[in-house]
Ligand binder design. Structure first.
Ligand code: CA
Ligand code: CA
Length: 579
C-alpha cells in the first residue's frame, strides 16, 4: 500500500514536473500574432515572413528531415529577420498521425525558444477531400493540444483537391471543410486559423463568401475573421489585382511564395513552367508591396554571395539571379524589411555594363534605413573612395575612367554611424577604336541537337549553342577568317544566372594557342559579359568552359558571342587550319 502510494506520488510528481516544464516553455512563447491591415503580423508589429520546414517524408530541406528537429533549424533564420516557420506535418505515413505528435511538440518548443512563430499545416490529404479520415484525425489530435501556445497558427489544409480551380462544385466541396473548421475553432478559440490554402492564386472573394455562408448555414453561427485568414499560394497565373481584391476583403497570408524566373520558359526545381507576371518575377517582392505576410516554400539559408549552395533553392532568398544578392535587390525595390540600420544598392550602372575610355560613368544608389536616417552614401571602386553624396537621389559622376575592370560599391552610413556596403557592380572600360569582328565559321567539342554552334554567333541573344550533356568540358572555337588583333570578347553564358564557372579564352592559329583570359564567369545572364582579354593576334578564338558541381554542367553553352578587334592589321599571315 505504502509502496503504491509512493509510486502514485512519484507519478504525480512526474506529471507536475512535466506540467511545470510545459508552463515555462509556454511562458516564453511569442505573444499571439495579430491581424494588421488584413494580413498577419507578429506581436511586435513586424509582418510575418519565413520559410518551410518538413517534419517527415520529404528531403526538400536538403538537410534531411532530422534537421527540422534541431535548434539550429528554428534559430538560424532569425538573423535574416524571419519570424515564422511553416511546419509541414503531413507526408510520410499519414496513418501515423499520433506518432508525429512528439515531433510536433519538439518543433513547437524549438520555435518558441528561437522566438519564432510556427504554422502547423496538414495536407494534401491523400484519402479524400477536406475533412476526411486522416485529415480529420490529425486535427482532432492537434487542435486542442497547442491551443494555449500563443506562437502556434493552424493551417487547416494545404492545397486540398477541392480547392483547385479545375474542380467544380466548390460549395459541395466545402462540406468537410466547414465541419473541420468548426471542430478546430471550438478546440482552439484563440489560435489563428488559416483556411484552405488554394493553389495558384487567391480565389475570387465569392469562394470565401461561400465558405462563410455555408459555415453559418450549417452551424448557426457566424464564422469570425477576427483570428482567421485566407491562405493562398501564387505559383502562376495570379495577378496583383487578384491578390489585392482578396486582401481588400479578407485577412490573408501567402503560405507558399515561389520564385519566378523571367518569362523565358525556365523551369523551377519542381519542373514547373513559370512565367513572368507583370515583369515582377519575385513573388516575395509582390507580397512586400501588397503588405501580405509570406512563407517561402523551401528552407532558406543565409548564403554569402557566390558561395556554392546545395541547390538553387537555397540561394534564391539571398540573391537575385540577375542583379546581385537579395538584400540589395530588395533595397532597389524599396521593400527591404529585415536590415536593421542602413542598406544600399547600386541601381546604375547595371552589372557587367561596358564603357569606352575615357569613360564618364554616372553612379546611382538607393539607400534605406529602417531604424534611422541616412547621413551619406559613399561610392567606391574597390577600396578607393570616389566620392559621396549626402542627399537623395544618391548620384555621382565618375569622370575620366581609364581602361580596366572595376568593382563599384555604395556604402550607406547612418547618422548613428552604422554602415552597409552594397554588393559590387562590376563594369568594364574598354579601349576606344574597337570593331566587332565577323565570325566566319566555328568548331565545337560537342553540340546539342537544335542548339548548334552557329547559334552562339547568330546575332540573337536568346538562341544558344549547347554542349551535348555528356562532355564535361565545353569548348567552341571561332574562325575569324584571317588573323585579327583580338582585343576583347563578350559572351552571354548559358546558366549564368544560377552559377559561375571557370572559363578560358585562347587566341592563336588553331594549333599554337595563347591563353589571353582565364577566370570565372560572372553570376550573370541578363546581358553580355565583357572579357578584356590580353591583346593577341590570331585567326581563331577558342572558349573553354568547365562546369562546377551542378548536374547541368554538361549542358554549358553560350547564347551569344561578340569578338572585338583593334583597327590595326595583322602583322603576319596565318595558315588556315583544316578540321
Ligand atoms: Ca545566339
Ligand atoms: Ca584587351
Amino acid at each position: 500500500m505504502r509502496i503504491r502510494v509512493k509510486h502514485r506520488l512519484a507519478q504525480a510528481a512526474i506529471v507536475l514536473l512535466a506540467a511545470a516544464w510545459a508552463l515555462v516553455a509556454s511562458a516564453a512563447d511569442p505573444a499571439r500574432p495579430k491581424i494588421v491591415n488584413n494580413s498577419l503580423s507578429a506581436a511586435d508589429g513586424q509582418k510575418l515572413r519565413g520559410d518551410t520546414l518538413f517534419l517527415t517524408g520529404t528531403t526538400r530541406n536538403n538537410r534531411g528531415d532530422e534537421f527540422t528537429l534541431t535548434p539550429q533549424a528554428w534559430s538560424e533564420n532569425a538573423a535574416i529577420g524571419f519570424n515564422i516557420r511553416r511546419l509541414w506535418a503531413s507526408g510520410g505515413t499519414e496513418a501515423n498521425n499520433a506518432a508525429k505528435l512528439a515531433k510536433i511538440d519538439q518543433c513547437v518548443d524549438l520555435a518558441a525558444r528561437a522566438g519564432q512563430y510556427v504554422i502547423i499545416v496538414y495536407g494534401p490529404p491523400s484519402d479524400g477531400p477536406i475533412g476526411s479520415n486522416h485529415h480529420k484525425e490529425f486535427w482532432s489530435l492537434v487542435a486542442a493540444r497547442y491551443k494555449d501556445r500563443t506562437h502556434v497558427i493552424y493551417e487547416l489544409a494545404n492545397e486540398p483537391p477541392d480547392a483547385w480551380p479545375a474542380n467544380a462544385g466548390e460549395t459541395a466541396a466545402f462540406t468537410g471543410g466547414i465541419s473541420m473548421a468548426k471542430m478546430v475553432r471550438d478546440s482552439a478559440l484563440d489560435t489563428p486559423i488559416i483556411l484552405f490554402s488554394n493553389n495558384q492564386n487567391p480565389r475570387s472573394p465569392s469562394y470565401y463568401q461561400q465558405f462563410q455562408d455555408g459555415y453559418q448555414a450549417k452551424h448557426g453561427v457566424v464564422w469570425s475573421w477576427a483570428n482567421a485568414l485566407v491562405g493562398f499560394h501564387g505559383y502562376y497565373l495570379a495577378s496583383t489585382a487578384q491578390m489585392q481584391a482578396v486582401k481588400d476583403r479578407w485577412p490573408c497570408i501567402n503560405t507558399e511564395t515561389p520564385t519566378y524566373y523571367r518569362g523565358d520558359g525556365e523551369k523551377t526545381a519542381y519542373g514547373q513552367l513559370v512565367y513572368s507576371i507583370e515583369d515582377d518575377w519575385d513573388e516575395t517582392v509582390r507580397m512586400e508591396q501588397l503588405g501580405i505576410a509570406w512563407i517561402n516554400f523551401d528552407h532558406c539559408t543565409r548564403m554569402p554571395y557566390g558561395e556554392p549552395a546545395p541547390s538553387p533553392w537555397y540561394r534564391w532568398i539571398f540573391r537575385d539571379f540577375h542583379t546581385g544578392p537579395f538584400a540589395d535587390y530588395m533595397v532597389r525595390k524599396n521593400v527591404a524589411w529585415w536590415v536593421k540600420g542602413p542598406a544600399a544598392a547600386i541601381t546604375s550602372p547595371e552589372n557587367c555594363a561596358t564603357f569606352t575610355a575615357p569613360a564618364s560613368v554616372t553612379l546611382t544608389a538607393s539607400a534605406t534605413d529602417n531604424s534611422g536616417t541616412i547621413a551619406k552614401v559613399e561610392f567606391y571602386s574597390g577600396a578607393t573612395k570616389l566620392g559621396e553624396t549626402t542627399a537623395a537621389p544618391h548620384s555621382f559622376i565618375w569622370n575620366n575612367v581609364a581602361v580596366g575592370s572595376y568593382a563599384i560599391t555604395a556604402k550607406a552610413v547612418s547618422h548613428a554611424g552604422a554602415a552597409y556596403t552594397s554588393y559590387p557592380v562590376k563594369i568594364t572600360v574598354l579601349a576606344g577604336g574597337l570593331a566587332k569582328a565577323t565570325i566566319a565559321d566555328s568548331t565545337a567539342g560537342a553540340q546539342q541537337k537544335g542548339n548548334t554552334k552557329e547559334r552562339a554567333y547568330d546575332g540573337n541573344l536568346n538562341t544558344r549553342w549547347a554542349n551535348d550533356g555528356t562532355l564535361a568540358t565545353a569548348w567552341i572555337q571561332y574562325d575569324l577568317g584571317s588573323a585579327q588583333p583580338v582585343a576583347a570578347v563578350k559572351i552571354r553564358p548559358y546558366n549564368g544566372r544560377t552559377m559561375t564557372y571557370p572559363i578560358k579564352i585562347e587566341v592563336g592559329d588553331g594549333l599554337a594557342m595563347t591563353t589571353v583570359w582565364s577566370g570565372a564567369t560572372e553570376w550573370w545572364e541578363k546581358t553580355l559579359q565583357t572579357f578584356d582579354v590580353k591583346d593577341a593576334t590570331g585567326r581563331y578564338v577558342k572558349i573553354t568552359m568547365t562546369g562546377n558541381n551542378s548536374h547541368d554542367d554538361a549542358w554549358l553553352g553560350i547564347y551569344e558571342t561578340e569578338i572585338y578587334v583593334t583597327g590595326t592589321s595583322p602583322d603576319k599571315p596565318t595558315t588556315p587550319l583544316t578540321h
